[in-house]
Design a protein around this ligand. Sequence first.
Ligand code: HEC
Ligand code: HEC
Length: 221
Amino acid sequence: MSRPNLAHLLTAATVLAAGFFSLDAAGQAPPPPLTPIALEGDVARGAVLAETCKGCHGVPESHNAYPSYHVPKLGGQKADYIEIALQGYRRGTRSHATMQAQAASLSDQDIADVAAYFAAREGEPELGRSSASALEIEEGSRVATACVQCHGQGGIADAPQWPDLAGQHESYLLQALHQYQTGQRSDVLMAPIIAGLDATALNDLAAYFSAQPHLHQTPIE
Ligand code: HEC
Ligand code: HEC
């Protein structure tokens, strides 16, 4: 018997992990998971492109209208994660009409450049906007033990393709958690973790991570 070829085994494992052989409820194979863009980001070029983005992402009180939640902070977020998020909007697997329109106009190089810009953005670590009580934050810190494996202790992720949650706005975190639970936003890692949590747990988790200082709102210059 010939020795198994490692490259083939790895490919098979990747394909299986991507869920290519499973079909979703509509009988469609799910799209392959996104990976970061293999291009070097140019921070200076990204700063120019980001002018369009700051009208929403650089204004602390900026809200999405329906449903109402704070526009997420990007300052200090991981470049690889921003690249994955923008590609998700661009190919339509992350839903949000305005962001889909924004991302549709960006090339791979543009995405690498804006991601590099926001990741490198200097700023004081901030708390997220939140109306949570100390009790909710305390409860959230207990449930959050299920999240540290990927999102890190206190919400700063170890892997560059996983989002930092620390200091993100509470209402946006809650919106994202609801979307994973309803399937409006899909991710093979997040979906099973969130599936069994009740509304109180989701509220407390959003409260806890928004109360950890880190991400900052990029000011408009
Ligand atoms: C009109 C307001 C608006 C503009 C302009 C805008 N965004 Fe957004 N952006 C949003 C909203 C609202 C969301 C949250 C959407 C959702 O719920 O998925 C978002 C989400 C994102 C996310 C995902 C964040 C996360 O934590 O997952 C990224 C990355 C992003 N925007 C980048 C950009 C870039 C880059 C630009 C400029 C080219 C831009 N946005 C322009 C409103 C805007
Ligand atoms: C096995 C790894 C893993 C674990 C454990 C995990 N997550 Fe995630 N999480 C991810 C990945 C990967 C993403 C990005 C998925 C995507 O692109 O939509 C993510 C995304 C998120 C987002 C969206 C962030 C944004 O900016 O849009 C939230 C909120 C979140 N996770 C909360 C949690 C909470 C709360 C827990 C614990 C109950 C948790 N996660 C546990 C891997 C994990």
